[in-house]
Design a protein around this ligand. Structure first.
Ligand SMILES: C[S@@+](CC[C@H](N)C(=O)[O-])C[C@H]1O[C@@H](n2cnc3c(N)ncnc32)[C@H](O)[C@@H]1O
Length: 289
């Protein structure tokens, strides 16, 4: 069932965690803007001469992908699908602010349950969302059905949160945090880190391209990098802080502290290191078999 709605409808407050998630997603879009531009340029090349008029953004969040795609594909409109009315409302608010509201629609839907009834898309984009689903295989079959024959699906997945710290003053702190997180993810988000290639072919797609983007940003960093690092490490602390040793926890507190002289907001030696894997798959015009 589709719920197309404008941003006035959901006035309810966010779930406690959603405001924090939204802030990290927005900062992520700002800090990794150049990467996203490179990724969508590559994707545009892969679409060739075929017009891209309708795009689906699955698990859109606050619209990182939606806005990057709108600027890359000038003739397209985007339908942003997410289960969170709060995130969709923020996305629509942004669309209005950027003068793009005419080209954006939202559909509130749980991608593990009923899919919205949508017109065939030329391009489907799913960034950091498929691993959240209970049954991604099913979602891929739905994505296949939502595409026109010949249309493309881009699956973007992350290798985890980015890293920011040079290896002092607490050697290995970030690595220990990441190790704890991946243990937790193994329990809670088992599809994170999957090889999506076989799943895509299993759903009927042909793999068009596969690429790993290694991101490493150094000085001069985009303005909000300190806040981004702070928000990311704060979320990691929230998720697994209680599994760290006391020294690591204390060091993390110093880094996250907004006022402290050694806090992330004041450090000038941050780097942003991240890895993103992208699979681009096509719904064949003539399916095999
Ligand atoms: C890590 S965020 C990624 C957001 C965005 N694609 C980006 O790249 O910034 C994951 C998003 O998937 C959404 N999501 C998770 N499970 C979902 C489900 N079952 N149905 C619809 N959306 C879901 C969440 O609400 C969240 O917005």
């Amino acid at each position: 069932m589709a719920h197309h709605h404008s941003h006035q409808h959901h006035a309810g407050p966010p779930e406690p965690d959603e405001a924090g998630l939204a802030a990290v997603l927005d900062l992520d879009a700002e800090v990794l803007h150049a990467h996203l531009a490179e990724l969508t340029a590559w994707l545009k090349d892969l679409t060739g001469d075929a017009p891209v008029r309708r795009i689906l953004d699955l698990g859109s969040g606050t619209g990182t992908g939606t806005f990057a795609l709108l600027s890359r594909f000038a003739d397209a409109e985007v339908v942003a699908v997410d289960q969170s009315p709060y995130l969709l409302r923020r996305l629509l608010g942004q669309a209005h602010e950027r003068g793009l509201a005419q080209r954006v629609r939202t559909a509130e839907a749980d991608l593990d349950a009923g899919w919205p009834d949508l017109d065939p898309a030329d391009l489907v984009w799913a960034a950091a969302s498929l691993h959240h689903l209970a049954d991604p295989g099913r979602a891929l079959r739905e994505a296949y059905a939502a595409l026109r024959p010949g249309g493309l699906l881009a699956v973007v997945e992350l290798d985890g949160f980015p890293r920011f710290l040079p290896d002092d003053p607490v050697p290995g702190l970030e690595e220990r945090l990441r190790a704890e997180l991946s243990q937790r993810h193994a329990e809670q988000v088992p599809h994170l880190g999957s090889d999506w290639g076989p799943r895509l072919t299993g759903a009927g797609f042909t793999i068009e391209a596969e690429r790993v983007f290694g991101i490493e940003l150094r000085h001069p960093l985009p303005e909000p990098t300190g806040r981004y690092a702070q928000a990311v490490l704060d979320r990691m602390r929230g998720a697994v802080g209680d599994r760290l040793g006391a020294d690591d926890r204390a060091a993390l507190d110093v880094l996250i502290d907004s006022d402290g002289p050694e806090g992330l907001l004041r450090r000038t030696d941050l780097v942003v290191r991240a890895e993103r894997s992208v699979w681009v798959a096509r719904r064949p015009v003539h399916p095999a078999g």
